[in-house]
Ligand binder design. Structure first.
Ligand SMILES: [Zn+2]
Length: 85
């Protein structure tokens, strides 16, 4: 079973489909059991979709959006590190 931090690290590759079959299965299993990671991946997926739509339309990606996403992920990683009992 993957740890939340491992899933967070793999989330971007997971959305890009860059994981091996074994990794995909592990991530999927973790997401089925972990609401936190599901929320994180959902948020990341939404952001990536917005960015992709904008790239397709050749619109600029708001720096604020990238910034917010990065901050959210970093905050999440910090919580994982310190929030365990
Ligand atoms: Zn998790």
């Amino acid at each position: 079973m993957l740890k939340c931090r491992e899933v967070t690290a793999l989330a971007s590759d997971w959305l890009d489909g860059d994981l091996t079959t074994a990794q995909k299965l592990k991530v999927r299993l973790h997401l089925m059991m972990c609401r936190h990671c599901r929320n994180l991946v959902d948020g990341l997926a939404t952001t990536e979709r917005i960015i992709r739509d904008r790239l397709d339309a050749e619109l600029p990606i708001p720096a604020e959006l990238q910034q917010r996403t990065t901050e959210a992920i970093e905050a999440r990683l910090r919580t994982d590190q310190s929030g365990r009992n």
